[in-house]
Design a protein around this ligand. Structure first.
Ligand code: EPU
Length: 416
């Protein structure tokens, strides 16, 4: 298993290219299953999760070629309407095959995702939504079976604007008969891109980027070429690195997707400038403590909560960090405390007492974003940090050690 060895304290400088967004590309890859033909996706990040999705699409019977960050997915030969447990348990986003396969083939069998490292993460909204569209859902030996001769539009109102459920229902309803209205829909940029791509394929979706989306079903979709939007979570992670360790520029990012994060960074003392597709940040001399509460988009993203905590751990004063999206997503706290942070947890609220410095230690990754927080903690810390289980970070960050090395950080991957 790979580990990262990081000697902290090196200043960083220079520029880094942001990759395509993990959480945008995964649903786009399953949207390709809606088309009897080839879909080309460019700016695809080379991640463990994109590789897992490629394996899944091949098992389902699609032809997939991945070269130079471009994917060609031909779903003409799909012949196995099943997502097996072995893949779904390693990547919950496998559940995104449910909507498109049901819509195009009238049936699908998908392993029920188990628990997640930080909590239950149910899929009830996906299933209730598909039932509203006329599907019969049953559970057999840990697998969700969904069947429908044809899907029929209906009104679906989510209790919470779930990204995954909005994506699955969108991909199911584009080929349904009649009109589907999704209320309390997710508005994340990744969902906006999914809607835009589906429309490019010939779907008829209106209200994109709002919480009320209407889909007029069509008979068939066609092949398209797509460029994945930049990863706002990767960009936010590097912004925090710059705020603490040196002046850097992020290329190929979309500052509009990071407005709340940029506002919070400015409150902490950061000097940030931007163009349409780049961001520059200067190192802050004295980081001010800034409270954050995660919210659905356009609020502060839960996917940057752990990284913000690493940042606040060396701030001047006390801050609180509340996660309203995932109440249990705090496995990084004991690991950051091993680096010398002073963080306590009360329900879904972390209280961070800023310390003067962090000190290197052996720590363990527990999920994608927790690992990113540990890398940030380690590059800020004095001395050597060893991070184990880095396969978590490989799921969501393209070439993270190479990108940090190019900025001047002392980080290397070892295989043990
Ligand atoms: N929820 C339910 N029932 C459902 C679906 C969701 O109760 O059927 C709840 C969840 O438990 C959670 C909330 O609704 O409390 C929001 O979950 P959501 O469905 O929006 O999350 P997701 O689609 O499973 C995606 C991202 C996550 C990101 C969340 C929130 C992908 C592949 N994953 O997950 O990304 O944290 O949205 O923005 O897009 C990550 O990249 O590290 C990651 C975990």
């Amino acid at each position: 298993m790979d580990k990262f060895i990081i000697n902290g304290g090196n200043p960083i400088s220079g520029s880094v290219d942001i990759s395509g967004a993990k959480n945008a590309v995964l649903p786009l890859m399953t949207a390709a299953l809606l088309v009897d033909g080839e879909t080309t996706i460019n700016s695809v990040p080379d991640l463990r999760d994109t590789r897992t999705m490629i394996r899944l699409l091949k098992i389902i019977g699609a032809e997939v070629a991945f070269k130079n960050n471009s994917l060609a997915i031909n779903a003409s030969g799909v012949n196995n309407l099943e997502a097996p447990y072995d893949l779904v348990k390693t990547m919950r986003a496998s559940f995104y095959v449910l909507g498109p396969l049901l819509a195009r083939f009238g049936e699908v069998r998908v392993s029920l995702p188990g628990g997640c490292a930080w909590g239950p993460r149910p899929v009830d909204y996906h299933l209730k939504g598909l039932e509203k569209l006329g599907a019969t859902i049953s559970l057999e030996s840990g697998y969700i079976m969904a069947k429908a001769k044809y899907l029929k539009g209906n009104k679906i109102s989510f209790d919470f604007p779930s990204v995954g459920a909005t994506g699955n229902i969108l991909m199911a309803s584009v080929l349904a008969r009649g009109e589907t209205r999704i209320e309390n829909a997710a508005k994340e940029p990744e969902i906006v891109q999914l809607c835009e791509v589906l429309n490019k394929m010939g779907a008829n979706i209106i209200g994109i980027g709002t919480d009320k989306i209407t889909v007029h079903g069509v008979d068939k979709l066609h092949s398209v070429d797509i460029d994945v939007i930049p990863d706002r979570v990767e960009a936010g992670t590097y912004l925090i690195a710059g705020a603490t360790m040196g002046d850097i520029t992020l290329n190929n990012c979309n500052p509009k997707h990071l407005e709340d994060v940029i506002d919070k960074l400015k409150l902490s003392g950061a000097n940030i400038s931007s163009t349409e597709n780049s961001l520059s940040i200067e190192k802050i001399e004295l980081v001010e403590a800034v409270d954050v509460t995660t919210e659905v988009y356009p609020g502060f993203p839960t996917d940057l909560q752990a990284q913000w905590m690493a940042f606040m751990s060396i701030a001047n004063g006390k801050s609180t960090i509340i996660d309203t999206v995932y109440h249990d997503r705090f496995t990084h706290i004991p690991e950051l405390n091993r680096l010398g942070a002073d963080i306590q947890l009360k329900d879904n609220k972390a209280i961070v007492n800023g310390v003067k410095k962090l000190t290197g230690a052996q720590v363990m990754s527990t999920d994608i974003r927790a690992s990113a927080a540990l890398i940030l903690g380690a590059i800020m810390a004095e001395g050597k940090t060893e991070i184990s289980r880095v396969y978590h970070i490989d799921r969501g960050y393209d070439s993270i050690e190479k990108k940090f090395q190019s900025l001047g950080a002392d980080i290397k991957r070892i295989n043990q």
